[in-house]
Design a protein around this ligand. Structure first.
Ligand code: ATP
Length: 219
């Protein structure tokens, strides 16, 4: 009997801290793409970011779990905390590909800002043979650049899909636009507000806000 095809979304990030920009986008992608599950995957050692106020992995993981709660589809994975060194997405994807097998379709969710810098990721060309990408708009970043970057940096033969859905790599992996509610919230701004003693209410779940204040994070 044929095994059921599973659709799994992966939303990588620093999540320092997780906020409604991430959560609402995750919700809309999981629903819209009919994913069986979407995992938030905090990076243990983010390859691109080493801000002085990077809180330990366990703390970011705890906040992410608090934020997601008992959501039926959104989940949290500690996979990047289980190996030493920098948390390269390509290594996580290779591992999951090997573990889950070819019956699972993987959708890697990234913000527009992140895909525009794809050539700075480790083994970035290989990524486009391991998973589909789902690109979220972020205010202030140009969509038109994505096709240019993909063809220049990854593969010249990226094909444009009908109706502006996105692009397809010759491997069959797709880079899909997924319009979500634009929320101009960033973790950097949240940390700055905390440092300034200002309110972060309604930018992130209340449980996470309390956790930050109780544990005196980002002061
Ligand atoms: P920082 O401000 O510390 O750089 P961030 O708020 O951008 O953090 P990250 O953890 O770096 O959050 O983001 C993880 C992923 O989520 C990235 O792909 C990023 O583009 C995306 N993302 C972050 N904020 C939003 C938002 N408000 N709307 C949509 N996507 C977002």
């Amino acid at each position: 009997m044929a095994r059921k095809l599973t659709r799994l979304g992966l939303f990588g990030g620093t999540f320092n801290p997780i906020h409604y920009g991430h959560l609402r986008a995750g919700e809309e992608v999981a629903e819209g793409l009919r994913l069986d599950a979407l995992w938030f995957v905090p990076a243990a050692v983010p390859p691109h970011k080493a801000p002085a106020d990077l809180t330990p992995f366990e703390v970011r993981l705890a906040m992410t779990k608090l934020a997601v709660g008992r959501h039926p589809r959104l989940q949290v994975s500690d996979i990047e905390g289980r190996r030493p060194g920098k948390s390269y997405s390509v290594e996580t994807l290779r591992l999951l590909r090997a573990e889950l097998g070819a019956d699972t379709e993987l959708f890697f969710v990234v913000g527009l800002d992140a895909i525009l810098e794809i050539q700075t990721w480790k083994d970035y060309r290989e990524l486009f043979t391991l998973c589909h990408f789902v690109v979220l708009d972020r205010p202030g970043f140009p969509r038109e650049e994505v096709g240019v970057v993909l063809r220049r940096e990854v593969h010249p033969d990226f094909r444009e899909l009908a109706d502006g859905q996105g692009f397809e790599h010759p491997s069959g992996c797709r880079v899909l636009w997924w319009p979500t509610t634009l929320l101009d919230i960033s973790a950097t701004r949240i940390r700055a507000l905390v440092r300034a003693g200002r309110s972060i209410r309604f930018l992130l779940p209340e449980g996470v806000r309390r956790f930050i204040l109780k544990n005196k994070l980002y002061r």
